[in-house]
Ligand binder design. Structure first.
Ligand code: KG4
Ligand code: ZN
Length: 357
C-alpha cells in the first residue's frame, strides 16, 4: 500500500445518512450518500430504529454505486475506515458490522473512527494539509461542539459542547412548534429572512456570568451550549399570542430564535478560539448551511483575526468521504489498524480519534 496516498474506503452510519466515500490520500474520488430523512419527516425528528433499518437497506447499493463511480474494486482498496461513534447505537452497528464483514472478506485493515474528528478531517479534501492552531465548530442535528485540533490523528480535545439539545435539534423542535415541518433548519433559515431578528429577543443559553466566569477564572460552562431553555421560551411566546387570539408572527419568531442560536454559537466559538490561541476555525455539520450563521461567524472571525474555513455543503453534512479522509491520514501517519475486535461506542470521546487495536 502507498503510505503517502492510500486508497481508503470510508463508511458512515451514525445518524440518518448512509455514507460510503473513497479517497486516495487527500484526493476525493467519490462521496455516495443515501439519506433516510424522508422517512423521519412525519415524526419531526430522526427515529433510531427507522434509521437503522434504512442503513441495512441502503448499505450495499450505496457501496456498489461508490465503487462503480470511483472505478475501483474492493481488491484495489488499501484500508477500510468506519465510524464507531459517537452516534445512535443501532445505526452505528449497521455500518460497523458491514465494515467488519468487508474487512474479513477482503483481508484489508480496518480503522474504527471518531465521527466528530472525521468532520474535521474532511477539511483535508479541500486544500490538503490542515492549518496549525486549528479549532473546529461542529453544529448539526446530533452535535454542537467546539474542538481544539492539535493533531488530527492523535491530539483532539473537547473545549465545549451542548449540555442538552444540539443546535439542529433546536431548529427542528422550534420548526415543529411553528408548524413549519421537518427538517427545521432550512425552512427557519428561509422564513427568518422575512422577519425582524430584533423584534423578539430570546434568551441566550449559558451566557450569564455565573456560567461563563472570566478568562482567568472560567465558569463551568464558559464554552458550553444549552438550547432547551430557548426552545421553551419560543413555546411560551407562541402560546401568548394564541391565548390573546392574535396571529402568531412566525417570521419574527423564527428570526429572533435564529439570532439567539447563532449569536451564542458564534460568540462562544470565537471566544474559545481566542482564549486557546486558535487562529483557524473549521466549520462542520448540517447547520453549517445556515446563512445567518455563516454571515455572523465570518464577520466575528474576521474581527478577531481568525481564518474561517467552511467545506462544501455535501462535505459538512454526514458522509463517508470524511471517514475515508481521516482513515487515510491514520494510514499515512503509520497508525495501527483497529482490527475486528471492537464494538460501537455511542459516546466515543473526541480524544479517541480511532479505537486502539
Ligand atoms: O449534519 P446533518 O445532516 O445530520 C444530523 O446531524 O442529523 O444535520 C442535519 C441538521 C438538521 O437538524 C437540520 O435542521 C439542520 O442540520 N440544518 C440547518 C440548515 N440546514 C440543515 N439548520 C439551520 N439552517 C440551515 N440552513
Ligand atoms: Zn455529524
Amino acid at each position: 500500500m502507498s503510505l503517502s496516498a492510500p486508497l481508503v474506503l470510508g463508511i458512515e452510519s451514525s445518524c440518518d445518512e448512509t455514507g460510503v466515500g473513497i479517497v486516495r490520500g487527500t484526493e476525493l474520488l467519490v462521496n455516495a450518500v443515501a439519506s433516510s430523512m424522508e422517512e423521519h419527516v412525519r415524526f419531526g425528528g430522526v427515529i433510531p430504529e427507522i434509521a437503522s433499518r434504512a442503513h441495512l437497506d441502503a448499505f450495499v447499493p450505496t457501496l456498489s454505486a461508490a465503487l462503480k463511480e470511483a472505478g475501483v474494486s474492493l481488491e484495489d482498496i488499501d484500508a477500510i475506515a468506519v465510524t464507531s461513534g459517537p452516534g445512535l447505537s443501532g445505526a452505528l452497528m449497521v455500518g460497523v458490522a458491514s465494515a467488519k464483514a468487508l474487512a474479513l472478506a477482503t483481508g484489508k485493515p480496518l480503522y474504527a473512527i471518531n465521527h466528530l474528528v472525521a468532520h474535521v478531517g474532511v477539511g483535508i479534501l479541500e486544500g490538503g494539509k490542515l492549518p496549525e492552531n486549528l479549532g473546529a465548530l461542529l453544529v448539526s442535528g446530533g452535535h454542537t461542539e467546539i474542538l481544539q485540533v492539535n493533531s488530527l490523528t492523535d491530539d483532539v480535545r473537547l473545549i465545549g459542547s451542548t449540555i442538552d439539545d444540539a443546535a439542529g435539534e433546536a431548529y427542528d423542535k422550534v420548526a415543529r412548534l411553528l408548524g413549519l415541518g421537518y427538517p427545521g433548519g432550512p425552512v427557519i433559515d428561509a422564513i427568518a429572512k422575512d422577519g425582524d431578528r430584533k423584534a423578539i429577543r430570546f434568551p441566550r443559553g449559558l451566557t450569564m456570568p455565573k456560567f461563563i466566569g472570566t478568562a482567568e477564572d472560567p465558569g463551568r460552562h464558559r464554552h458550553d451550549f444549552s438550547f432547551s431553555g430557548l426552545k421553551t421560551a419560543v413555546a411560551r411566546c407562541v402560546e401568548q399570542y394564541q391565548k390573546r387570539g392574535e396571529e402568531v408572527p412566525v417570521a419574527d419568531i423564527a428570526a429572533g430564535f435564529q439570532e439567539a442560536v447563532v449569536d451564542v454559537i458564534t460568540s462562544k466559538a470565537v471566544r474559545a478560539c481566542t482564549e486557546h490561541g486558535l487562529s483557524n476555525l473549521l466549520l462542520g455539520g448540517g447547520v453549517a448551511a445556515n446563512s445567518r450563521l455563516r454571515e455572523l461567524l465570518a464577520a466575528r472571525c474576521a474581527s478577531a483575526g481568525i481564518t474561517l474555513r467552511v467545506p462544501a455543503r455535501e462535505l459538512c453534512t454526514d458522509n463517508g468521504a470524511m471517514v475515508a479522509a481521516l482513515g487515510a491520514q491514520l494510514v499515512a501517519t503509520g497508525n495501527a489498524p483497529t482490527g475486528l475486535a471492537f464494538s460501537t461506542d455511542s459516546g466515543q470521546p473526541v480524544s479517541m480519534v480511532s479505537l486502539a487495536a
